[in-house]
Design a protein around this ligand. Structure first.
Ligand code: NCD
Length: 302
């Protein structure tokens, strides 16, 4: 079983993983030899801090081991095809965690792996395990059934948003989604957000209207500008200019939460970190439990 899209997380599967993550969170020590003898390979063709290290920490905490593949020091330099690389690594390990900048990487390589592949992100397309930890964070910190979630930043290229919307769709949560972006006035929504089109309760607002809408939101999900992907710029693209100034945070509901997959840039100033609404480091911490739960599910032998 591969995990390549948030569409792989249907509601029942997510429930099983979240129950497991709860148990792990409650008593992590109890799980320290569950994956003894198992090995995963981290195969990151693109940079990573949280995703790579949390998979690594998750595996160690479950008693397993991790191999790290360094593309710049591999036989790829000798001209080996990436299909052969994936097939070879899959002979040594029980699962592959792979990140690549090409959105088609998994469709072109999945058949070559003899073990499960977990996507750690494919270009601007998807980041399913981030969606899993984001949904877990929302469910833990905002357990009420009806929520308004606002997305800011780079909605066109943020794979975390694309996957989060998919997993929310599967979750059965009763949410209103507000998408914000600097828009060309002459463009209709469908040019910008093909991924939003089948949600019943969604709204697209121009970025300049964020202050007006902010007091109504329960979850603010921010992303950075994905400048490294801007070589793929569609003609309609206008970069986000939104910065969450501390005075704007004070207009939000007192129990609203501010999420960010990190890394952040100027859109989320450090002064906000001590505000009780700021949960992005808790969100990162939850990523450890959720990835432990996923690895446990995919690799346990009984
Ligand atoms: C995100 C990613 O790589 O897509 N980071 C992460 O995995 N936590 C977000 C980003 O890079 O902006």
């Amino acid at each position: 079983m591969h995990i390549l899209s948030a569409d792989d997380f249907h509601a029942h599967f997510t429930e099983i993983l979240f129950e497991r993550a709860d148990k792990i969170k409650f008593c992590p020590e109890q799980w320290c030899s569950e994956l003894k003898g198992k090995i995963i390979a981290n195969v990151f063709y693109e940079e990573s801090t949280r995703t790579r290290l949390s998979f690594e920490a998750a595996m160690y905490k479950l008693g397993g081991k991790v191999l790290t593949y360094f593309p710049e020091k591999s036989s790829q330099k000798k001209g080996e095809s990436s299909q052969d690389t994936i097939k070879t690594i899959s002979q040594y390990v029980d699962a592959l965690v792979i990140r690549h900048s090409d959105k088609d990487f998994f469709s072109e390589h999945k058949e070559y792996s003899e073990v499960p592949i977990i996507s750690a992100g494919n270009g601007p397309d998807e980041h399913p395990t981030q969606a899993l930890l984001d949904l877990y964070t929302i469910k833990k910190l905002k357990p009420e059934r009806e929520l308004t979630i606002m997305f800011t930043g780079d909605l066109t290229f943020s794979r975390t948003i694309h996957s989060l919307i998919k997993i929310i769709k599967h979750s059965g949560l009763d949410v209103k989604l507000i998408y914000t972006q600097a828009l060309h006035e002459d463009r209709t929504v469908s040019h910008l957000y093909p991924f939003t089109m089948d949600m019943p309760n969604e709204e697209v607002i121009p970025e300049k209207d964020i202050p007006e809408y902010l007091p109504k939101v329960d979850v603010l999900y921010m992303t950075r500008k994905q400048t490294e992907r801007w070589r793929l710029l569609p003609a309609f693209f206008v970069p986000s200019k939104f910065i969450l100034k501390p005075e704007l945070v004070e207009t939000m509901k007192s129990d609203a939460i501010i999420m960010h997959p990190l890394p952040r840039k100027e859109e989320l100033p450090q002064e906000i970190d001590d505000n009780p609404r700021a949960v992005y480091f808790t969100q990162a911490k939850f990523g450890l439990y959720v990835r432990m739960a996923l690895l446990w599910f995919l690799l346990r032998s009984d």
